[in-house]
Design a protein around this ligand. Structure first.
Ligand code: NAD
Ligand code: UDP
Length: 339
């Protein structure tokens, strides 16, 4: 068995897929998750993909005593820190809960790692730290202008980890700024299943395709984009997962801190996603163009060239595959892991 990697939030959407990529690369994932936004049944699904069930600890990343025990008892070589809350609207309504989970949680984790002498950390940041960028593709050097408490929480943790690495140069830290993760593992056994009405485009489109929702509300058709709808950089979740493995390998080579965009470098509009999904699924997606969603940025996509130069990582999977894999998961699991 290879090095043990603690995966906080490993029962969630990106974390579960990263466990698959870790196992494929010879690492042993150890999941810590409070199941606040996930389902323990993901562990059985992971066992079917990986061949053995990853070890799963139900607990909170803010529980310092639990972390100390884990670091004492398990041969943890590094940590991938996904655990956090991610709904922008909720963060506006309840900022303290967001700062407590995302910022305080990261501080408790970093302090426990420092005490245990575990100094390799891959952190889930987000392109949301850029806010409304001056231009796209966005390089990592672009101004950081988060526009809501969720984005602020990511920026605060980035800053704190940079300060930590500066104070203690033995740390090996990667801050990974994801663009729009979508898709699912090609097996269709794991995927994203938001609770309640989906906020995000791809889960909503999936639920229309499977008949759970009547039609997609397209949030704005009058943006200054080629077809008037919003443009984002959608990236396949397995590409993201493999980016984390590449970041771990890079961290193993040398101490330091890297900040990297993980995206495809290409934007797709809402209607392009709808059309690609229709091709992949053979279903018609009913939609209606409505008003803009407050706070939405018209268009942005990332410049992933630094990740390629630094990690040798590049997104391999295109929009058609993102849609085909999302659809396979949705069709086989219309009610998520309850299905
Ligand atoms: P997710 O909600 O599916 O996964 C997060 C997991 O963390 C969940 O399983 C949840 O139960 C767990 N969790 C939350 N707070 C916890 C705590 N205090 N202790 C232990 N476990 C806790 O979300 P995801 O899409 O997989 O996102 C993973 C990370 O990536 C998050 O930090 C998120 O902010 C970041 N991110 C996500 C996106 C996206 O669009 N999905 C984009 C950029 C960044
Ligand atoms: N979107 C939409 N209808 C929906 C959900 C999203 O038209 O039901 C649009 C949204 O306005 C944006 C794009 O799809 O242009 C991606 O939105 P998502 O919420 O998935 O990601 P984010 O905007 O947070 O990057």
């Amino acid at each position: 068995m290879g090095s043990t990697i603690l995966v906080t939030g490993g029962a969630g959407f990106i974390g579960s897929h990263t466990c698959v990529a870790l196992a494929a690369a010879g690492y042993t994932p150890l999941i810590l998750d409070n199941l606040g936004n996930s389902d323990a049944r993901v562990v059985d699904r992971l066992a079917r993909i990986i061949g053995t069930a990853p070890r799963f600890i139900e607990g909170d990343v803010r529980d310092r005593a639990l972390l100390d025990k884990l670091f004492r008892e398990q041969p943890i070589a590094g940590v991938i820190h996904f655990a956090g809350l991610k709904a922008v609207g909720d963060s506006v309504a309840d900022p303290i809960t967001y700062y407590d989970n995302n910022v305080h949680g990261s501080f408790v984790l970093a302090a426990a790692m420092q005490a245990a002498g575990v100094r390799t950390l891959i952190f889930s940041s987000s392109a949301t730290v850029y806010g409304d960028p001056d231009s796209s593709p966005i390089p990592e050097s672009a101004a950081l202008r988060p526009a809501n408490p969720y984005g602020h929480s990511k920026r605060m943790v980035e800053q704190a980890l940079a300060d930590l690495q500066h104070a203690h140069p033995a740390w090996r830290i990667a801050l990974l700024r994801y663009f729009n993760p979508v898709g699912a593992h090609e097996s269709g056994l794991i995927g994203e299943h938001p609770q309640g009405k989906p906020n995000n485009l791809m889960p909503f489109v999936c639920q229309v395709a499977v008949g759970l929702r009547d039609k997609l509300a397209v949030h704005g058709g009058d943006y200054p984009t080629p077809d008037g709808t919003g443009v984002r950089d959608y990236v396949h979740v397995m590409d993201l997962a493999e980016g984390h493995v590449a970041a771990l390998r890079h961290a193993a080579q040398q101490p330091g801190l890297v900040t990297l965009n993980l995206g495809t470098g290409q934007g797709a509009s809402v209607l392009e996603v709808v059309k690609a999904f229709e091709r992949a699924s053979g279903k018609t997606i009913a939609y209606e163009i409505g008003p803009r969603r407050p706070g939405d940025v018209p268009a942005y996509w990332g410049d992933p060239s630094l990740a390629q130069a630094t990690l040798g990582w590049r997104a391999q999977r295109g929009l058609e595959q993102m849609c085909a894999d999302s659809w396979r998961w949705q069709q086989g699991n219309p009610r998520g892991y309850e299905s």
